[in-house]
Design a protein around this ligand. Sequence first.
Ligand code: GDP
Length: 438
Amino acid sequence: MLDRLGTGLKDAVKKLAGKTVIDRAAVEELVKDLQRVLLQADVNVKLVMNLSKAIKKRSLEEEPPKGMSVREHVLRIVYQELVNLMGDEVTVTLGPQIILMAGLQGSGKTTTTGKLARYFQRKGLRVGVICADVFRPGAYDQLKNLCNKVNVPCYGEPGVTDAVKIVENGIRELKNTEVLIIDTQGRHALEDDLISEIIDLNNLTKATHRWLVIDAALGQQAKEQAARFHEAISIDGVIITKMDGTAKGGGALSAVAETGSGIVFTGSGETIEDLERFDPDSFISRLLGMGDLKSLIEKAEEVMADEEFDVNAMMKGKFTLRDMYKQLESLKKMGPLKQVMSMLPMGGAKIPEDVFDTTSVKMERYKIIMDSMTNDELENPSVISGSRVHRISLGAGATPEEVRELLKYYKTMQRAIKGFRGAGGKFNMQRMMKKFGG
Ligand code: GDP
């Protein structure tokens, strides 16, 4: 799913980036491209129309924020509206809770129940699972097998047809667990007694969460299924399975819209480990190939609020050792270098791996070494010759090799920064966007 959708979205945005003027025609063309890509991915027509309308209206009516070009403004709107399309961000609490699994047979409910058990177990919680799928004969054995693999207790009563009784007994049996996950029956189609049973189970368990499992390949039926389950037990999260198996996947978004919730997890394989948390922002950033733009902007803003970090220093022409010193200080607040770099929207720009290998301990050493340099050396690192290296190393209690290593690191940084600096001498979004897809 992701490859094709990602390529389509990237192409649409790239086309916008290549335009000389961003006028009404350019916005209309962009919207049309987006519509085509999303409809091909099976996203519901109404959702696509709403998204198009919002992008068009906002792009043409909203004033770009100060300092932002029209092009950047439109890109930002596209990004925000695509994030909206994914539904809300759903928080998963790591405490005591009961999760009721809903969905039709074959959606991947049982497999996902096992995956979730593994997820919460990895987070250090005591997990228990109840099999209340009294419809599918093999359901209990399948779930038991999955749970055995990871030593999670699984309660079931094969052959018994009263799901409510099983769950009552199961809750008693598994009272020492913190996270209780209940797999329910699915059936082939929505039937009244299926719905009334899940309502009974929800009333009995007073479930903390009611998650709907939807197969990514489902297409437009996702909407109807979601509506029925939502009406019955008020679904508060959707899990999309089999993301690995379809070129489309957009149909599942109708389920999200129908329940007014969001995607909690996605499944992308048959093993118990193939479950990923879903975050709309990073998902869209990745699809657009932009890096995690939002987190970067937020973090940069936080750091800049301290007025120590001049983000422009990094993007402007001159990059001295003093700038690097300031950056090392700021990076301490922004997190590991690799994380920060991966959030930068650099498109195809390549940062050498060894830049990332620099640990925070080393950074501290670098700062001590720089403290032994003169102002002139910090501003013009090229004056640092052999004898100066020796003097600096003595002053800092370091070896000359360490000083040379620092200088090498500085040069790599400088090159990397030049790599994504715009031709006009400042950070250039358009140039960055042209690099999409490398
Ligand atoms: P249930 O009837 O809803 O409980 O569905 P199951 O959990 O038995 O899953 C139905 C089939 O889909 C099984 O063959 C699973 O191995 C497979 N399956 C479930 N989730 C995924 C997934 O994320 N990726 C792939 N490729 N297969 C999956």
